[in-house]
Design a protein around this ligand. Structure first.
Ligand SMILES: NC(=O)c1ccc[n+]([C@@H]2O[C@H](COP(=O)([O-])OP(=O)(O)OC[C@H]3O[C@@H](n4cnc5c(N)ncnc54)[C@H](OP(=O)(O)O)[C@@H]3O)[C@@H](O)[C@H]2O)c1
Length: 362
């Protein structure tokens, strides 16, 4: 906290000055026969009075700094105020037996410092799952927050992604090692191919490159450097090409999924084939938060629109990855108290394109 640092510096200066003045006053008294000199008596008294005033001032400032520190600590305690029972700490189980916490913190568009603070706050209030990517340029912040959280590496599930632009065996290993280094870890819980095509060529055919990347990921998985492997933004044909070439099915497909944009075909295919669907942009990157129809439902349940959106994902057996850099929202997104009724789920599942109609987001 900058204010406390400034106050501390002022206290040190004033305290030193007051001690100097008091010492000055005492030394005048001791070293001079000042009884004969009225000017010296006056100077000594003035020095003493100013010294005492400054000394008192520094005491007041010390008390002020102490109070500010307390307020700061209280804020820290707030982060931990989430009751254990409230936390959504349940897991999904991937088909290879790996457990994955049902809600993860998204970090796309979180600048390095914001990402660090958000991750640290999230880990302190109970999140055990963070979603990042090499292209988000914040893996380092995630790694540092994990280190500073005091949690053990194995207590936190970390997902990162091979950039969509890089396809091929060697480059996949290279980029994977870059992520490991950034995250200061020796394994990744979930490693995904970020997209089937580079963002500059959406819809292009990169089957061969994806298969080569997938082979590298399978090797890293077999070496124990990745606990689960998957894809993102893949359709049925793109997934089947990987399976056909290697015999290994992705454990996860992370897709853009929110109320009104449930990508039914690929979701159905994944869920029927035991591939977990992760819902990225579960709030439509914030667009759903201003929808009247959702506000009415939130009011009915006396909760926030965000909770409606996230419970919707959970009720449809997908794993939401809400992103926020604000403490209250981070907590709100984990402590889902709402339990949407079947009739409301039916209505919400019927909605179509109430948020952005764009299918993909980088
Ligand atoms: N695989 C992919 O291709 C891909 C693509 C896109 C996203 N993702 C992943 O999915 C994550 C989430 O998606 P997203 O970043 O598009 O956004 P999102 O989670 O759908 O929405 C985030 C927006 O909503 C706000 N917000 C969050 N919680 C809120 C709350 N409780 N109340 C009010 N406002 C709230 C955030 O603001 P503040 O941050 O200011 O609080 C931010 O503006 C990403 O961060 C990323 O990890 C993956």
């Amino acid at each position: 906290m900058k204010l406390i640092k400034i106050i501390n510096s002022i206290v040190i200066i004033i305290l030193s000055l007051s001690i100097l003045l008091i010492l000055g006053s005492v030394s005048i008294k001791l070293t001079t026969n000042y009884n004969d000199n009225e000017n010296l008596i006056l100077a000594s008294k003035i020095l003493l009075i100013i010294g005492i005033i400054l000394f008192s001032l520094s005491i007041v400032e010390i008390i002020l700094a102490f109070i500010l520190q307390k307020v700061k600590n209280k804020k820290k305690v707030n982060i931990n105020r989430v009751d254990k029972k409230e936390k959504n700490m349940e897991n999904y189980k991937l088909y290879n037996g790996i457990l994955i916490p049902k809600i993860g913190l998204g970090t796309w568009q979180s600048a390095y410092d914001d990402c660090y603070n958000a991750c640290l706050c999230a880990l302190k209030c109970g999140y055990r799952h963070i979603d990042t990517a090499l292209v988000y340029e914040n893996e380092g912040a995630v790694g540092k927050a994990l280190e500073d959280s005091g949690l053990k590496r194995e207590e936190v599930f970390i997902t990162t992604k091979l950039p969509a632009e890089f396809k091929g065996y060697e480059i996949t290993k290279e980029k994977f090692n870059e992520s490991l280094k950034n995250l200061k870890t020796d394994y990744i819980d979930l490693y995904l191919i970020h997209a089937p095509w580079p963002w500059s060529d959406q819809g292009g055919n990169y089957e061969e490159g994806n298969i080569e990347s997938w082979k590298a990921m399978i090797e890293l998985y077999n070496e124990g450097k990745i606990k689960a492997i998957g894809v993102s933004n893949f359709n049925k044909e793109q997934i089947e090409a990987l399976i056909k070439a290697t015999g290994v099915k992705p454990m996860v497909n992370q897709i853009r999924y929110f109320i009104g944009n449930t990508q039914d075909e690929i979701t159905k295919y994944c869920q029927e084939n035991d591939i977990l669907v992760e819902a990225y942009s579960p709030l439509a990157t914030g667009e759903l938060l201003s929808k009247d129809i959702l506000n009415n439902i939130a009011k009915k349940y006396n909760t926030t629109i965000s909770q409606v959106c996230l419970d919707f994902c959970l009720k449809n057996n997908t794993l939401p990855l809400p992103k926020s850099i604000h403490e209250e929202r981070i907590i709100d997104n984990l402590t889902i108290k709402i339990d949407l009724k079947e009739e409301d789920m039916e209505e919400l599942n019927k909605l179509y394109h109430i948020g952005s109609t764009r299918k993909y987001r980088s």
